[in-house]
Design a protein around this ligand. Sequence first.
Ligand code: EPZ
Length: 432
Amino acid sequence: MNIPSIATLESFKSINEESISINISSAKNSILPLLFASILHAGRTRFLIGDGATLVDVKIVIEILRSYGVEVSVEDGVVDIDASRIEANQTCPELCKKTRYSILALGALISRCGFSEVGLPGGCDLNRPIDFHLQALKSLGCEVSESEGGVRGKRVRPSENVVNLPYPSVGATLNAILCAAGAETRSGEPILIHNCATEPEIDDVIAYLGKIGISIRRKWRMIEVASSNRQVVDVVEHRPIYDRIEAGSYALAAAIFGIGVRLNNAPINLMSAVISILLQLGCKVNRDGGALIIDARQIDSDTAIRLCTEPYPGFPTDLQPILTVLCTTLNTAGVISDTVMPERTRFVDELVRLGADITVCNSEIVVKPKGREDKSHYPISVKATDLRGGMAVLLYALKNRVACNIDNYGYIKRGYSNVESIIESLGGGLQV
Ligand code: EPZ
């Protein structure tokens, strides 16, 4: 997508001066798998993650690594890891159930130690099974069994040459890559993983694995993992990509509030799907060096949003709740289908409680314009049903000036590091 540069456009100077400026953090969905990938390096890794270190999920994964005997220190957004020593026979079920990606410990530990036992994953309750993960590990030569509250895996035979994922699941692709990195086929040929997810955070993990000597090539949905040729490097340093979902959330928020927003460090090249929606709404979108500038002061409120979420590079499921809030501000009904996470609709009840007119029918979210007029003058109790649903509730309440108590507010802190100051700059007040 060709986005003009602001330097050439005089008319954008005013919006650049008036807009809210937000620094985008390192991508949560890169940092989490990267932390697990560091288990494969029997040495030291340094991740430069900045504000990403304050995210709740990142703190949980660091605790999980420590429970496996990995030494981790965090200072000023720099995470130093020494994984020379690993104790794979731990389960830490309480920690594992706090985050979905604890399941990645399974593939990473099998790769490093030949066996692993982890607690069942939890995190945002979006009703996601782990069958694709387990199926992939079995094809990679592992025996896998589910016990009460946990999963046990052990490498018992050579890997098959070809592993087929039933769906391009992000997590299953990551687990398959991590496990394949320590596997060998009977013939010594590389392992081919088909139908992989193409989310950029996976390529970020592949880039890190390359630095620790694990050679991985991608051809769109096919990933080839060669047997590793590891060389001990003193300290491997890696800076994760910036967060396209955090940036996308605030880009859509610009349109919700009809304002200008400057997103510093936004990964513009990874945001085509969301930028298309903004352009469809008549927003002006430009770049200024590494910043994305959105001028949403004049949008076409009669635009009818009709959209299906899709795996990358399609419109991300993670932004579906925020797009739903945007539809509530338009004059024409919007219809959104979340084909990636059809169960991601629980936040809708909370928006309705706050006054929105939204129905869910056969996992299709139908948003009617405007909603109820009789907004309550008393705080309404709502909950953050999950990370992105929580952000949707926050933005809807703020846009409609409805006072509310948000239960499970901590969910929002799993993925948005500076949310309090941003809500303040949008004219809201949060008491946490
Ligand atoms: C990752 O979850 C992200 N990371 C999610 O972000 C994101 O929404 C999702 O990818 C899709 O982009 C984390 O949750 C840490 P999937 P992941 O496996 O890997 C089904 C956020 O808000 N499925 O690609 O778990 C599943 O039910 C979070 O930041 C199975 O049926 O997602 C879903 O419908 C939330 N069996 C679909 O596949 C499986 O074994 C896609 O899920 C695995 C998945």
